[in-house]
Design a protein around this ligand. Sequence first.
Ligand code: AMP
Ligand code: MG
Length: 400
Amino acid sequence: MTRASSKPTTTAIKTAVANNEAEVGNQVSESSLDLTVELAAAVKAVRLASHLCDNVQWQLRNDEKVEKEDGSPVTVADYGAQVLVSWSLQRSLPGQTFNMVGEEDSADLRTEEGGPVLRRITDLVNHTLSECEKDATLLTPEDVLELVDAGRSDGGKTGRHWVLDPIDGTRGFITMRQYAVCLGMLVDGEIGLGVLGCPNLPQWSVSDVDCNDGGCDPYDERGIGCCFAAHVGRGTYAGPLFVADKDEMPGIKVHVNDLLSPEEVRFMESVEAKHSNHVLSAAVATEIGLELPSLRIDSQAKYGVLSRGDSSIFMRYPPDSYREKIWDHVAGVMVLQEAGGVVSDAAGNKLDFSQGRHLPYLNGGLIAATPSMHRLIIAALAKIKEDKTIVYGEGPTYRT
Ligand code: AMP
Ligand code: MG
């Protein structure tokens, strides 16, 4: 690498924290919205869907060759989680108009080949209901199709839209790493609430471990499985995911940690190199004086990890042709912002969730971080872009 990096001092970071207070204030908005009932419904729905996913993962442990194809347990769990969220929200909020932007639709399940898959999903959902919701009437395959299709909303600038990724981080799910059930709500194009269910995330800090390197045993007795819940203007709360009472709200208020010096900071990125350019994130890390290796974690669990202070930065640089889907960020962004973090595109612009199922062009990526780290990264990216050391675009590369 030819570029000299000027390493920020701890004092510089603390100044950046102070300078960013206004910026954070903008993001953690004061809001008159009251979504208390909706947040409680979202937590319950995520707990239920996470229970289903966790059951399926136990089955997957015995079948290492499973890929995401029709009929695989992964496909069945994806649909099953969407069905349970859709069922649970409508049951908790009777009388409310229900719109949801969900990742899955029922087209494949309505084909002849989809028949057996539909039956498996129905069995799985009914098994979970019989375990967790004893008074529920069991669902028919037609009910299941209808509940999947409840996720067909296109979102947009007006009205209330639930936004769901039933299993975010499918690769992580398949390989026993991290994954998340992610549910948020847009109100007139702005995020009103976000809930993350992270079944394999330890309740203890993962700042010193690579969760994808055998360091976070999902069955560690110290407590695995975290739930994060955030309401606009009211902060982010975390707690155990698997609890006896699915109505229980997470009770520990969390906040990002913006007091670390660059030598102490861990940054996060995708495990999958095709989801995010690892070379570019390493170059940015060097530019701002980070010394520790990246923490690679699948899914929006990264936003939860950031919100409780285990890490200070999440960088995402997908190929230029890739358009980010709103369900991959809505819940996580709310969890982070309400914990004092900042999220923007690679040019520092606020994310716009009001344009339908996709986010608009992100100028090369997405940065989620503590206020001071966010500021440093946006400045570093501008500098890197200017000196043409990094080539943006399809599969950006780092020229040495
Ligand atoms: P992560 O676990 O952070 O790597 O992100 C997982 C999400 O990345 C999935 O839910 C996909 O929607 C999304 N994804 C799939 N393909 C790509 C891609 N080529 N670039 C960026 N993200 C992708
Ligand atoms: Mg996803």
